[in-house]
Design a protein around this ligand. Structure first.
Ligand code: COA
Length: 317
């Protein structure tokens, strides 16, 4: 697999830390010190599927293709307004593509899982050009009166187009069931036969536990991939890590003994955009001309599950 096009769309509403202070017992200093976040983009009047379709069209155009050239769509998504059909089906209709579509929910690691699935499909010869889009609105999963959670998130959609090539050097996916640590539960429609107790509740997260697990698991994935690819840490041009928290990114940079120039970030102005964070940042770097042919990029994500996904790619554009 190789990436031949990228695209991204952010919602228009910017929410700064100062704006949160108006209705929450919080402050800019606390949020910046603990998370590195100064502002985030939050869905207001937009629909997530529209952001996803626009990001997809940008990636397809960047690849020099048209929607008719896309023969598979994989969308990484945790929640949106539709339970069914899948978000990928809605995106397909919106961009005017005609192909099979599937959604994947591996929480914040979903983009890496989707890339891995795309690679398998390309290897099997079942597809030629695959659209991989990550579209997320985690701001709709949290209680906005809970200062410990709502300050962390932002929304957005990032997309790539991949085709056959030698761009994926190695990847690693892991899952360890830890439902208690991070979850969001919604009740379904009642029936005359339901006798069990069901609860609907906003997202719950054990922040300290997630922090520890994230640093340990991402570091382990990075070490495994570097050794598998026969590379040393400084051979990687950029570490594009899941943008959950600057302290997690800094902890991983310290562990690798690399300075922060290896770790581009958007969490400071986007918040944690779940599985969209990596493709959003990748597109930003690509469009700013910061990626050169032959650069090695390591992407590493972690999220609810507990899932992790990491891969090393070579930039071939
Ligand atoms: N503003 C001000 N104070 C806040 C606050 C806010 N937004 N949120 C929490 N606090 C308070 C708490 O109530 C607590 O007060 P207390 O000591 O009086 O009880 C204090 O700050 C410390 O809270 P704590 O939860 O211990 O902070 P922390 O240092 O663990 O930082 C996180 C919280 C969420 C920033 C941190 O745990 C974290 O980054 N975890 C990882 C989250 C993550 O990456 N999730 C994404 C997974 S994909």
């Amino acid at each position: 697999m190789k990436i031949i096009g990228t695209g991204r769309v952010h919602p228009s509403q910017v929410v700064t830390n100062d704006m949160l202070e108006k209705f929450l017992d919080t402050n800019d200093e606390w949020i910046k010190t603990r998370t590195g976040i100064a502002e985030r983009r939050v869905i207001s009047s937009e629909r997530l599927e529209d952001l996803a379709a626009e990001a997809s069209l940008k990636a397809i155009e960047d690849a020099g293709l048209t929607p008719a050239d896309i023969d598979y769509i994989i969308c990484s998504n945790v929640v949106n307004e539709y339970i069914t059909p899948s978000l990928s089906c809605i995106i397909q209709g919106a961009i005017g593509a005609r192909c099979a579509c599937i959604d994947v929910n591996a929480a914040c690691s979903g983009f890496i899982y989707a890339l891995d699935m795309a690679d398998d499909r390309l290897k099997s010869g079942k597809a030629k050009n695959i659209l991989v889009v990550a579209a997320e609105e985690p701001t709709r999963m949290v209680d906005w009166s809970d200062r410990s959670l709502c300050v962390l998130f932002g929304d957005g959609a990032g997309a790539v187009v991949v085709t056959q090539g030698e761009g994926l050097l190695c990847s690693r996916l892991t899952t360890q069931s830890k439902v208690d640590c991070l979850h969001y539960v919604r009740t379904l429609e009642p029936t005359p036969y339901i006798t069990k107790v069901e609860n609907s509740a906003p997202m719950y997260m054990n922040g300290k536990e997630v922090f520890k697990t994230a640093v340990l698991s991402s570091s382990r994935d990075i070490k495994t991939l570097l050794s598998r690819a026969g590379l040393k840490p400084s051979d990687i041009k950029y570490y594009i890590l899941h943008q959950a928290n600057m302290r997690i990114i800094e902890a991983i940079a310290n562990w690798l003994k690399l300075d922060m120039s290896y770790f581009p970030h958007n969490v400071d102005y986007c918040g944690n955009t779940s599985s969209a964070s990596i493709p959003l940042l990748l597109d930003e770097l690509a469009r700013e001309g910061k990626l050169q042919k032959g650069d090695k990029i390591l992407m590493s994500a972690f999220g609810a599950g507990f899932t992790t996904g990491a891969c090393i790619i070579e930039w071939t554009k």
